[in-house]
Design a protein around this ligand. Structure first.
Ligand SMILES: *Cc1c(COP(=O)(O)O)cnc(C)c1O
Length: 424
């Protein structure tokens, strides 16, 4: 049996209809922006393996930090104990975050980071005996696949089967250019009911929705409106965090400061699953009591895993090098040049660039569905050409590792242009 045949015998892949899907390439090796399959075919990883991997595959510096940690203290329970790597990482992350963030809570992935934020918001009001049981979120948001995170997500076919079992979430439109007033009106109406514990959002860029972008100025207004009515604001930076938007965090573009921040994906440079939810002192104090029942009863077996913390510390030190900041600016500049060129293509409806994120929408007669047929043809075209890109509906986006070379980026751009010319 080939590896591919064994894979279809044993493995159930995410977001995959196995009856209609084609065999998955078997990846055996990765270095920097490149991956190789078992037949030695080379791929450029133009989406940093679902946005987790800014410093390249098999990064020796992070691998070293992990190896050292594994040989010192691979894991210790975080209930009743602590360790120096978690302390060091929390101190470091709090230095990077807006200065209203005071406490770090560890978990395992983006969805759990969101669960922790939502549970903290709901229990905060429960502890105060205030009835605020609902959440506000954007239409088309994506916050993860566990129940709380899924409830906050607005991509309907992801959540349709579970509708009856979900936390109550009310959606407001994404304030893209021209829709700002509609969003403000909708949010004001909701917060005035005093029924809402929190407003959760992906700051400036909705990733899974297809890199949909909106301005910092309107997000400032939405946060201010929420604050007036004591609705907590939760910035889900799971995708945008650690340099993707050109600043360390997307919320660094804001003057307003959210109450909670969710981090994961690039936190450990794409090595070890790990997540952080950060909080203001105010949120933390809502649980601080002589009454044990007021504690936040949430945890995971691997909470604050020392090896994950060591990987995160190494990743952050790479992010802070001049070289990496130059890489981010270099990619941004090249994306802008490509956007100016490709927006003249007759099939391109519009282009967007922020930090290392580039996106274009293809003109279509009828809105293309998330995994529609054009999308699937484009995906296969890119794979054939040795490029990993996962279009969303009729949107093609690039979110490369920061160490991608100019030459590799040019190949990605040329292949996108070729796809626009050839894939119907
Ligand atoms: C990917 C993502 C999540 C979920 O993270 P997982 O690690 O896949 O659970 C949550 N929020 C945003 C904005 C994401 O992009």
């Amino acid at each position: 049996m080939t590896l591919s045949e064994k894979d279809s015998l044993y493995n159930w892949h995410p977001y995959t209809q196995h009856k209609t899907s084609t065999p998955h390439p078997v990846i055996v090796k990765g270095k920097d922006a490149l991956l190789w399959d078992e037949n030695n075919k080379q791929y450029i990883d133009a989406i940093a393996s679902w946005w987790v991997n800014p410093f390249g595959h098999s990064n020796a510096f992070i691998a070293d930090a992990i190896y050292k940690q594994l040989n010192t203290l691979e894991h210790v329970l975080f209930g009743g104990f602590t360790h120096n790597k978690a302390i060091e990482l929390s101190e470091k992350v709090l230095q990077l975050l807006p200065n209203n963030q005071k406490k770090i809570f560890y978990s395992d992935n983006g969805s759990t980071a969101v669960e922790v934020a939502i549970k903290a918001a709901l229990q905060y009001f429960y502890n105060k005996k205030e009835s605020r049981t609902k959440i506000i979120a954007f239409e088309n948001a994506f916050h993860g696949d566990t129940f709380g995170a899924m409830a906050a997500s607005g991509i309907s076919f992801f959540t349709e089967a579970f509708k009856g079992s979900l936390l109550e979430v009310v959606r407001i439109p994404v304030p893209t250019a021209g829709n700002e007033e509609t969003t403000i009106t909708a949010l004001e109406k909701l917060v005035n009911t005093n029924n809402f514990a929190a407003f959760i959002f992906e700051p400036l860029v909705l990733g899974a929705a297809g890199m949909v972008m909106y301005d910092a100025e309107i997000l400032n207004k939405l946060i201010a409106i929420s604050k007036q009515k004591q609705v907590f604001t939760i910035a889900d930076e799971v995708m945008t965090g650690f340099g993707k938007t050109g600043k360390t965090f997307a919320i660094d573009y804001l003057t307003q400061k959210p109450d909670m921040v969710c981090l994961s994906k690039a936190l450990t440079g794409g090595t070890i699953p790990m997540a952080i939810t950060s909080f203001t002192q105010e949120v933390f104090d809502g649980f601080y009591s002589d009454d044990v029942n007021k504690a936040l009863f949430h945890g995971h077996t691997f909470t604050a895993n020392p090896t994950g913390c060591a990987a995160a510390l190494a990743s952050i030190s790479l992010l802070e090098t001049d070289e990496m900041q130059k890489n981010i600016n270099r990619i941004n500049h090249k994306h802008s040049l490509f956007a100016n060129h490709i927006k003249q293509h007759k099939r391109v409806a519009n282009t967007r660039v922020l930090g290392v994120i580039f996106a274009l929408d293809i003109k279509v007669q009828n809105a293309e569905s998330y995994y529609g047929s054009l999308r699937n043809k484009l995906y296969s075209f890119f794979i054939e050409h040795g490029i990993i890109l996962r279009p969303v509906g009729n949107t093609i986006y690039i979110l490369p590792p920061y160490i991608i070379t100019d030459n590799q980026l040019d190949i990605v751009y040329k292949t996108i242009e070729k796809a626009l010319n050839e894939v119907e």
